[in-house]
Design a protein around this ligand. Structure first.
Ligand SMILES: Cc1cc2nc3c(=O)[nH]c(=O)nc-3n(C[C@H](O)[C@H](O)[C@H](O)COP(=O)(O)O)c2cc1C
Length: 201
């Protein structure tokens, strides 16, 4: 086991090592948002991308609740559940989306062990569709599950997964110094050597 005091050295890179789709290369979780609202038709194309995600036994266990900033009531109900560190920047997002997993299978009521995995896949497609449309999606696990459930009356049958702040990218200068540095830093990833193998463990 690696203790907190033990340094691990894993190669990282800020470059794409092999060719990928521009949407994959250009996606990033930004924090500065422009005030420009996101049109309903554009929002619907994000959910359409999610709709066509693969899922275990085609159960499609994803459920979304969204609020544009004009929908003050629902937007605030979602926003209020966010951690303070997310509220700082997410307050400017013109669109907030809650992704939920339906816990049981529609066909037989049995627990769906793949539900959250499938919601993640749907969110990934949604994020890439958003990037294609010039939008930024920033997923957040930093929220109070209890508050979100209470604010939105989420039933026992459903579990919140991530909240997403969505909007057109804004000016990094609008962020505080700390967030500005993170916004402008190159994205970094472990190199494939670390996680792709052709041998057993
Ligand atoms: C499940 C999940 C939870 C996350 N929670 C937060 C969060 O609460 N606050 C935040 O600022 N970013 C959050 N992120 C964004 C990650 O920090 C980000 O995806 C990661 O640093 C890689 O950066 P990139 O998306 O720009 O490539 C979350 C991402 C995921 C997938």
């Amino acid at each position: 086991m690696l203790g907190a005091d033990m340094e691990i050295s894993i190669d990282k890179s800020t470059e794409v090592e092999y060719p990928v789709l521009p949407e994959i290369k250009n996606r990033r979780s930004k924090r500065a948002y422009a005030a420009t609202p996101v049109r309903e038709e554009t929002i619907r194309s994000l959910f359409e991308a999610a709709r066509w995600a693969p899922s275990s036994m085609n159960e499609q266990p994803w459920v979304y609740i969204y609020a544009v900033a004009d929908n003050h009531e629902v937007w605030n109900k979602i926003f209020d559940s966010l951690n303070d560190s997310n509220k700082i920047w997410a307050q400017h997002a013109p669109l907030l989306v809650v992704s939920l997993a339906r816990k049981t299978q529609l066909r037989n009521g049995v627990i769906n062990g793949a539900a959250k995995y499938d919601v993640g896949a749907a969110n990934a497609l949604l994020s890439l569709q958003a990037t294609h449309a010039g939008l930024n999606v920033h997923q957040m696990g930093g929220y109070s599950k209890q508050m979100l459930i209470s604010n939105l009356n989420i039933p026992e049958t459903h579990e919140p997964v991530v909240v997403m702040a969505i909007g057109y990218p804004g000016d990094p200068e609008s962020l505080n110094d700390n967030l500005k540095v993170r916004e402008l830093a190159p994205r970094e990833r472990y190199t494939q050597d670390f996680f792709v193998h052709t041998k057993s463990f």
